[in-house]
Design a protein around this ligand. Structure first.
Ligand SMILES: Nc1nc2c(c(=O)[nH]1)N[C@H]1C(S)=C(S)[C@@H](COP(=O)(O)O)O[C@H]1N2
Ligand SMILES: [Mo]
Length: 213
C-alpha cells in the first residue's frame, strides 16, 4: 500500500489514522504518523565494516560469528510491516529488506530448552549496551528480519543502519537498532528498558507498555 507516500499534512495524517483504525491496524492509544521519527538513547555509533561482526551464542548447538561481508551474503527477503513506539506514534507500511531471523536460527540451532533471546545492540560506542528480551517464538516468525534497507534505500545510521532488528508485532523498543548479536537463554531476563519498568513482552494491541499493564 503506497498511500503513505502521498500523504503530507495534518488532514492526510488523520485520514491515514482513520483508515488504519478501520482496518484494525491502529493499536489502542496510538496515533498515526507520516514522518518517521528518530528515537534512541546514546549517540549514533560509527560503523566500520572491517571490525563489525555479528555474534549469536548462548544455548545453541553452533555459536555463530559473522563478518560484515558474511552477513550481507546471507539470503534476504522483503517484508512490509507497521511499527508502534511506546511513546504513542505508529508508522505504517514500512518496506524492509534484510535477513530473516530464521536464517540465523537455522545456522545456530538453538537447544530445545532455549525459550527467550536477549537481543544485543549498540548504546553509543558500547556494542552490547542496548539489550532487549524477546521470547524465541516471537522472533521465529516469517516477518521478523534483520533489516539492511528501508523503502528501497540502505538503512540510515539514525534509524539503526547498517543493521537493525524489526519485530513488527511488539513495541518498537524490541526492534534494536545497530544490532550486533543474540544470546539464546533458558527463561526470560529483563533488557535495558525492561529493567527500567517497561513491559517484558510489549504487545501494542494489549497496551503492554509498562510492567503491570
Ligand atoms: N540500539 C537501540 N535500539 C533502539 C533504541 C535505542 O535506544 N537503542 N530505541 C528503540 C525505540 S524506543 C524505538 S521507538 C525505535 C525507534 O526507531 P527509529 O528511530 O528508527 O524510529 O528504536 C528502538 N531501538
Ligand atoms: Mo519507542
Amino acid at each position: 500500500m503506497a498511500l503513505r507516500k502521498y500523504l503530507r499534512g495534518e488532514d492526510d495524517r488523520q485520514l491515514l489514522q482513520k483508515r488504519m483504525a478501520e482496518a484494525g491496524r491502529l493499536p489502542p492509544g496510538q496515533s498515526a504518523t507520516i514522518k518517521w521519527p528518530v528515537l534512541h538513547t546514546g549517540d549514533v555509533p560509527r560503523f566500520d565494516p572491517k571490525t563489525w561482526d555479528f555474534r549469536a551464542g548462548g544455548l545453541v548447538e553452533s555459536p555463530l560469528e559473522l563478518s560484515w561481508e558474511a552477513f550481507v551474503a546471507l539470503p534476504r527477503i522483503e517484508v512490509v510491516s507497521d511499527f508502534h513506539c511506546v511513546t504513542k506514534w505508529s508508522t505504517f507500511d514500512n518496506r524492509w529488506e534484510g535477513v530473516p531471523f530464521r536464517e540465523i536460527r537455522q545456522r545456530v540451532r538453538p537447544h530445545p530448552d532455549a525459550t527467550h533471546v536477549m537481543v544485543l545492540g549498540h548504546l553509543g560506542p558500547a556494542r552490547y549496551g542496548y539489550t532487549t528480551n524477546v521470547p524465541l517464538a516471537d522472533l521465529d516468525r516469517a516477518e521478523v528480519i534483520f533489516a539492511l534497507r528501508h523503502d528501497g534505500k540502505d538503512l540510515e545510521p539514525d534509524h539503526g543502519g547498517p543493521l537493525r532488528l524489526v519485530v513488527p508485532h511488539l513495541y518498537a523498543w524490541k526492534s534494536a537498532k545497530w544490532v550486533r548479536g543474540l544470546i539464546f537463554m533458558v527463561g526470560d531476563k529483563a533488557g535495558y528498558w525492561e529493567r527500567a519498568g517497561y513491559h517484558m513482552y510489549g504487545d501494542p494491541f494489549r497496551e503492554q507498555r509498562f510492567s503491570g499493564d
